[in-house]
Design a protein around this ligand. Sequence first.
Ligand code: FAD
Length: 403
Amino acid sequence: MTTTNRDAAVVVVGAGPVGLLNALGLARRGIPVIVLERHESVVRAPRAVVYHWATLEGLDRLGVLEPAVRAGFLKQDYCFWNWRTGEQVRYGLSVLDGQVAHPYNLHLGQDRLVDVILRIIADEALPVEVRWGREVIGLRNLEDRAVVTARRADGSPERFTADWVLGADGAGSAVRTLLGMPFEGFTWPERFVATDVVYPFEEEGYNQTTFLVDEVFGAIIVKIDNSDRGGLWRYTYSEPAELPADGVRDRMDGFFGTVLPRADRRSLAAYSPYKMHQRCAGAFRTNRVLLAGDAAHATNPTGGLGLTSGLFDTYYLVEALAGVVHGTLDDWVLDHYAHERRRVFKESVSPAATANKQLVFGSTETEAGSAAWERVRRLATDAEAARARLLFPQSLETPLPVG
Ligand SMILES: Cc1cc2nc3c(=O)[nH]c(=O)nc-3n(C[C@H](O)[C@H](O)[C@H](O)COP(=O)(O)OP(=O)(O)OC[C@H]3O[C@@H](n4cnc5c(N)ncnc54)[C@H](O)[C@@H]3O)c2cc1C
């Protein structure tokens, strides 16, 4: 536990969903945490919306599921829509009814999940101190502790000493860089553009999660807001890398003019271009410093496996780190965390997300594309095929180190 010369037992770098969920889980187990976030408030850029059914049990254990469901909504339906042929394949999580505890996905913008976590921390007066406007710029990883240096908005430095430091500072992780850790893998040449758009998708036959399959107009289309205000969806498409990055907004109306032609019913609420990666840190633990979420592994978002992996990191790490801090678990559980979560990403998450991207943003007229489309077709007619695909996210979880 914390000794007198420590600022906290654990310092978490990054107040994204992974950093804050780890902080919440540790605090619920009686461990004081300081969270350092370089922004002055919650990051609102359009990113994760879909939480797979298999992640919901872990959110429930952390006491987050109920308020998260109140803030978002649950859904079961999926659609693959072949843009060129017009063929639509619909299937849903109802094939898991009676077989799993939560046979539905949660839809909620990740910034709103962060709001929910912060609200719980405040309402329950948990021992988490979030220091906004602190950019981590230095790290000393010692035998018995780690020291983090952050830069405040006025440029002055501030030091924090902890037994453990968790780098949950996203794909561009400063913690990972300060460790000198390689981020192995590759960056896709295309640019992804995530938009929040109001449009009458349901009137046009879209399901609440629809994959538009096409090598030019491929897109991931997901409903964000199910309230009466309604109508807000996340529409994520890709652009050739050769197009200039600063022309994204200028090209958008032309692009939407083809795929969402009812211009009078269409309005853009937000957008953000992204680079996409399949990358993984060389190790998720070095002595007193751990990595989780996008700081440890980054994937393209087709199929929603990015934060899913970060959540499964979190569920294991909270129990493992709490056990080590309290002296009830040996520190090998942290090595096991590092080894297993890295293995799952490399062997399962990244290949699946790569196949998802190639299907949605590829042609169905090539040999591989047409075989992939054949497998999609079976989802509507073969309940076993649908069940196998929908059970996949569960295989990404690491069994907890405690019963
Ligand atoms: C368009 C899009 C859609 C997506 N949709 C899904 C989806 O539906 N489902 C899904 O599972 N995943 C999805 N993802 C992936 C998901 O967004 C990420 O996996 C998720 O954000 C990872 O959370 P994190 O907390 O690890 O990192 P982040 O959300 O990146 O948070 C990191 C935090 O660290 C802070 N930080 C960075 N550097 C420093 C520093 N030096 N000092 C202090 N703080 C720092 C940042 O400001 C940020 O607040 C999507 C991604 C994109 C781009």
